[in-house]
Ligand binder design. Structure first.
Ligand code: FAD
Length: 392
């Protein structure tokens, strides 16, 4: 049993998947790594990189081929996310809510909704964001206040949403709002920009890391949407939360995969530096204390990647994967946080400067402890799933 909608089975073209992962690795080496730190320090949106990602088909990786996507599986998606995060984690945040939205539409949308949006999502012309969290409702999703009041064949949206990553540039908002039946999932169309109809980007939130991609507060004031904006039509009224929480399993796999990318970047920086830097007459890599750090980093990274791929395989197979996606997200994000910290220690004082990328990994890593459900919440989700499976 899955929590949310199941992902349609796909026959994966393994050669295409490998070629794409290789092409992404080349793109990251040639295009992302040379500019990532500068763009990140300037908190500048990576317009040119996003255009290149569009040209490579990356906004359509898992969208079915009948809608112009590449029709690849979630394991391939996770491999791609790791490669991109190795270069710059923020780029994977631009993909994440896009794929949560696309997956919800592909798996739970009406035929009309799929025809209306998926083809243009696959090209990256339309990009998606996810708007679940509110100023007073993050982990506690049931206490959402944003309202969708029915009025004839329309709904009127009122409320404030917090932490909307990609909120300004997205054209489609996956919105959780309260209707008389309960929490319902809407796909709200808008133009990219600071305001559209009754929707306003009321604030861009300044962040420790994860820069270059906007995370905003968005206000809805009497904004009208047609009833056809309800994802899946009237049958899903009041059932928005399970749908979105199911799709968040994909978001957790994204976070786990990007954590592997950041952990790998930190590990590779550390093992390279440890062989160049000398202290007490030898490269620091000869000191056992440094060797232990490198061994632990590499071991945990390997385990994190295996957990991520296992969760991705389960999600793709349509199996329940709340436990597996939670475990992957929990372990991989703690690993990224630990590797980023250890890489900084291996670099000594130089790791603390903004001249080397390890300080960026150190600022990016904590987001993954929090986003897509904090790690405290992951432990609750894992424990609940286990108690369910092992019920006596
Ligand atoms: C940079 C960034 C980008 C984000 N992007 C998005 C986005 O695109 N869309 C979106 O909808 N949301 C987004 N979020 C929101 C994110 O999902 C929430 O921040 C997260 O779910 C935690 O909610 P909160 O911040 O309200 O913390 P709270 O829920 O207030 O939690 C505060 C602390 O209490 C702990 N806690 C809460 N309840 C329990 C419990 N029952 N048991 C044990 N501990 C508990 C938490 O683990 C945490 O340590 C983003 C957040 C950030 C920081």
């Amino acid at each position: 049993m899955t929590l949310g909608p199941t992902i349609p089975a796909v026959a994966v073209d393994a050669d295409l998947a490998d070629e794409l992962v290789e092409a992404v690795r080349t793109f990251v080496t040639k295009e992302v790594l040379p500019v990532a730190s500068d763009l990140e320090h300037a908190d500048e949106y990576p317009e040119a990189l996003v255009e290149q990602m569009r040209a490579m088909g990356l906004f359509g990786v898992t969208i079915p081929t009948e809608y112009g996507g590449l029709g690849l599986d979630i394991v391939t998606y996770a491999r791609i996310v790791e490669e991109i995060a190795f270069g710059w984690m923020s780029l994977t945040g631009i993909l994440n809510t896009h794929f949560i939205t696309a997956t919800l539409i592909a798996s739970a949308g009406t035929d009309e909704q799929k025809d209306r949006w998926l083809e243009r999502m696959a090209t990256g012309e339309l990009r998606g964001c996810l708007s679940l969290s509110e100023p007073d409702a993050g982990s506690d999703t049931r206490s959402l206040r944003c309202k969708a009041t029915p009025d004839g064949d329309e709904y009127v949206l009122d409320g404030t949403k917090m932490w909307v990553t990609n909120g300004e540039r997205a054209s489609l908002v996956t919105l959780a709002a309260k209707t008389p039946e309960g929490i319902t999932c809407f796909i709200v169309e808008k133009e990219p920009g600071p305001s559209f109809g009754g929707i306003t980007v009321s604030r861009t939130i300044p962040k420790l890391g994860y820069k270059g991609v906007e995370t905003v507060e968005m206000s809805y004031s009497g904004h009208r949407v047609p009833a056809t904006a309800v994802l899946g039509g009237t049958s899903t009224l009041g059932r928005g939360l399970p749908l979105i929480l199911g799709a968040l399993e994909l978001g957790r796999i994204n976070i786990a995969a990007r954590a592997c990318g950041v952990a790998r970047a930190a590990f590779e920086a550390a093992i390279s530096y440890a062989q160049q830097r000398e202290a007490f007459g030898v490269p620091i890599a000869k000191h056992q204390a440094i060797q232990f750090k490198l061994a632990d980093m590499a071991t945990k990274l390997e385990a994190a990647r295996l957990l991520t791929q296992s969760a991705a395989r389960k999600k793709q197979a349509g199996e329940r994967c709340d436990v597996e996606a939670g475990m992957a997200k929990l372990f991989a994000s703690e690993t990224a946080f630990e590797c980023a910290t250890e890489a900084m220690r291996v670099h000594g004082g130089y790791g603390y400067t903004s001249e080397l990328p390890v300080e960026r990994y150190y600022r990016d890593a904590p987001l993954m402890l929090i986003g897509e459900g904090t790690n405290e919440i992951q432990r609750l989700v894992i424990a609940r799933g286990l108690l369910d499976r092992y019920a006596q």
